[in-house]
Design a protein around this ligand. Structure first.
Ligand SMILES: [Zn+2]
Length: 217
């Protein structure tokens, strides 16, 4: 007999008794007037990197898409089924979010599979095909001399954020709104072990620790 995971039943009961009472009116209001989040987050599926947890978000605050290695594909109106593009279309055209945050993270399994060039896990090789979008035609992504495998992985994890930000701008609806100043694109990186957050400084193309650059008041 199939059983619904007890862990989830217990979790829901905790939600029902602790969080729901404080959020009930908010849920009702969101139910009546619909959602209007100002922020979209594109993150990785990794169970340790939940945007709602990291950003301490309340119901209705974040519109989230998660996939392997937080990747955004290049705009491709080719008649194919594009999940991320559909979510972007809804976020930008209907919800009119003001910010899109691409959230990369440390120890990303998708990035690791890519740099280790693992054998396909199934005949479909979905991960391999998905990660291949990270590489531009003709581009070679390789470990540098003197670079440790750890540093190589970190570099590619951050590069996946850059690549997604670059690909976001290939969507005409996003480019127009960014040019008009109505939409801002951001990069961020989560250090799993320390629970640390780094935000991309676009001017220097470096990720800066939020704790250091914005000390708590
Ligand atoms: Zn990941």
């Amino acid at each position: 007999m199939l059983t619904f995971p007890q862990q989830l039943i217990n979790g829901y009961r905790a939600f029902q008794t602790q969080r729901l009472p404080t959020e009930q009116s908010r849920y009702r209001e969101l139910s009546e007037r619909g959602q209007s989040p100002e922020v979209m987050v594109i993150g990785c599926c990794d169970s340790r990197v939940s945007p709602e947890v990291i950003f301490d978000a309340r119901p209705g605050e974040l519109f989230v898409v998660r996939n392997i290695a937080n990747l955004v594909p290049v705009y491709a109106p080719d008649g194919g089924t594009h999940g991320v593009s559909a979510a972007l279309e809804y976020a930008v055209q209907v919800l009119r979010v003001k910010h899109i945050v691409v959230l990369g993270h440390a120890q990303c399994g998708g990035v690791r599979a890519f740099i280790d060039k693992i054998e396909p896990l199934s005949p479909g090789d979905f991960i391999g095909k998905w990660m291949s979008m990270f590489v531009k035609p003709g581009e070679v992504v390789e470990q540098r001399p003197q670079e440790s495998i750890q540093d190589f992985a970190t570099r590619i994890e951050k590069a996946s954020v850059f690549r997604s930000l670059e690909n976001l701008m290939t969507f005409p609806c996003i480019q127009v709104l960014v040019d008009r100043g109505k939409l801002q694109l951001h990069g961020a990186y989560f250090g799993v072990a320390e629970g640390s957050l780094f935000v991309l400084d676009k001017a220097t193309r470096e990720f800066r620790g939020v704790r250091e650059s914005q000390p708590s008041p």
